[in-house]
Every structure is written in C-alpha cells, then in structure tokens.
Design a protein around this ligand. Structure first.
Ligand SMILES: [Zn+2]
Length: 311
C-alpha cells in the first residue's frame, strides 16, 4: 500500500493505492480531513475511556466508604434499639416501684385513718401490665415513638407521688400530734375496782352513775398523763380531793382525782406518760385509788373506748 499526496484546486486529498503483485492497481481518493477526524476520534475515545476509568475508581471507593459507613450506622442502630428496650424495661420497673410506693401510701393512710376524699384515677399506660408486654409485643420501631411519652408520663407520676407524699407527711404529722394529745394511755398501774357506768353507791343506798374509772394501788403510786396537753387545774376540788385536769385539745380533757400529792402546776405542758401526781385517798374516797375521767367536749365518756391499753 502506498499513500500518494495529491493536490486539487478546491481541497486536499489523499490517494490510497493498492498495488497487488499481479493485477491492476487500485486507487482510492481520500480527503485529508478523514485521517484528521480519525485521530481526533481516537483521542476523544481515549480521553473518555481514561476519564470513565478514573470516575469509576472514584465512585467505587466512595461506594465502599458508604458501605462501611452504613455498617457502622447499622451497628449503632442495633445498639440504640437495645438501649431503648432496656430503657423501656427500666421505665416499667420504675412504674412498678411507684405502684408499690402508692400502695404503701394507702397503707399508711389506712393505718392512721386518713380517707381519700377524691380517689384519683391515674392515667394508665397500656404497657403498665408488666414486662411480659414487651416480650410479647417487642416491636422495636414502636418503642422509639412511645418511649418519650412513657417517660413523660412517668415524670408526671413522680410529681404526683411527690405531692401526695408531702400531703401525707402533713396529714401524718397532724395525726401524730392528735394521737400524742389523745388521752389513750392507762394513767396508773393497779386494779380496776370500778368502771364507767351505773354502780352501787359505795357511800350510801341505791345506785349512782360513775363517770370514770377507779384504779386501786398502793398510796404514792405514780399517776401519769394519759395524753400530752396543758394542765388547766391543779388543786383541791370537793369530792375529787387533790385533782389535776389536763386539756389535750381536739375536745379532750382528762381528770385525775383523790391524789396524795400533785407534781404539776396550772399552765404547765405535760407529755403523754409524764408523772403528774401520786396516788392518794383525798376527797370522797373509801381507800387509796385514782379516779380517772375522760371528757369529750365536756361530756364524760367511757375510758374503755379511748384508752388503747385498757385492761
Ligand atoms: Zn371514781
């Protein structure tokens, strides 16, 4: 083959001659732009290939990096879901503990005789039936959505519990003060020789109403305040002999008669169980004993119904 460069008037051409050893020579006329185009095309193709190759490599690297990232995110996701599940279980545990506290509060209220004027119905979360709920319906995707509302509810429950405890503490304090004041302690050791109610008159004929309790023991036996309060009378008073009267508040008064010696003064604050007098035989008495009366809003009541350790 041989290329012969020929020139024409209007454009440039190549002549491609094919010279076989035997027969005729074949001549092809080719325009000069054809090889130029060919070379141009080859360059473009090569550059495109190189560009594509490098782009592919870059993309592949990016893809691999993304895959790694995805694996990492997935592992975090699994960990977080497990954490959410644990959180949910802990939430239930806290709710159960709150329930226990609530039950104890109720128990305390019952013990001290406080009644709920309004029974608050708490907002019950469906999950409050216990851990089993999670085991049966552990759809993690749902956990994510409800965990925040559950914690919110728990926070509210804790606030309520705190308020209830504050109120309960105040109520208990009030009740304790009342119980401390209430004259419910046996005021002296000894034998009950006469109870509250009608009895044969020890001084004469017929029956009389005995407004208190007679406890008989040796003269000088300690007489104790049946409840905390303030001494409102300490002195001699007719048939009661040497008598002490204590006002306890809440409508209660207690009276201790026939004493040999008085150990407290009017206006003095006495504590439940504090020694206030010595047993004697003063006033209208047939022998050393304590005549003990409890008055509720001025009316003598049966000490048996007020005293806790009555025997
Ligand atoms: Zn009496």
């Amino acid at each position: 083959m041989k290329y012969i460069h020929t020139k024409t008037k209007k454009s440039k051409y190549f002549s491609l001659l094919i010279i076989p050893h035997s027969n005729n020579i074949k001549q092809f006329k080719i325009a000069t732009w054809v090889p130029k185009l060919l070379i141009f095309t080859i360059i473009i193709s090569l550059s495109t290939t190189i560009f594509l190759f490098f782009s592919y490599r870059e993309l592949k690297n990016k893809y691999l990096a993304k895959l790694d990232e995805l694996d990492y995110v997935n592992s975090i996701n699994i960990k977080q879901k497990a954490e959410i599940e644990t959180l949910r279980e802990k939430t239930t545990e806290i709710q159960e503990k709150l329930d226990t506290i609530s039950k104890f509060q109720e128990k305390i209220k019952n013990m001290i005789g406080i009644k709920d004027n309004k029974k608050e119905k708490r907002v019950v979360n469906p999950s409050r039936s216990g851990n089993q709920f999670f085991k049966e319906k552990a759809v993690l995707e749902k956990l994510d959505n409800s965990i925040i509302s559950q914690i919110d509810e728990l926070s509210k429950l804790l606030d309520n519990s705190k308020e209830e405890l504050i109120k309960l503490t105040a109520d208990v304090e009030k009740k304790m003060k009342y119980l401390d004041a209430k004259p419910n302690l046996m005021p002296a050791k000894g034998k009950i020789t006469s109870g509250y109610g009608y009895r044969r008159n020890p001084f004469g004929k017929g029956r009389e109403f005995h407004k208190g309790l007679d406890i008989t023991n040796k003269p000088g036996t300690k007489i104790r305040a049946a409840g905390s309060g303030i001494v409102t009378f300490a002195g001699y008073y007719g048939g009661y002999g040497k008598v002490i009267i204590i006002s306890h508040g809440y409508g209660y008064q207690s009276i201790y008669g026939h004493n040999r010696k008085l150990l407290v003064k009017v206006g003095q604050h006495v504590k439940k169980g504090e020694v206030i007098a010595e047993m004697g035989n003063t006033g209208r008495s047939t022998g050393p004993h304590l005549h003990f009366e409890i008055r509720y809003y001025g009316k003598a009541v049966n000490p048996k119904n007020v005293i806790d350790n009555y025997k």
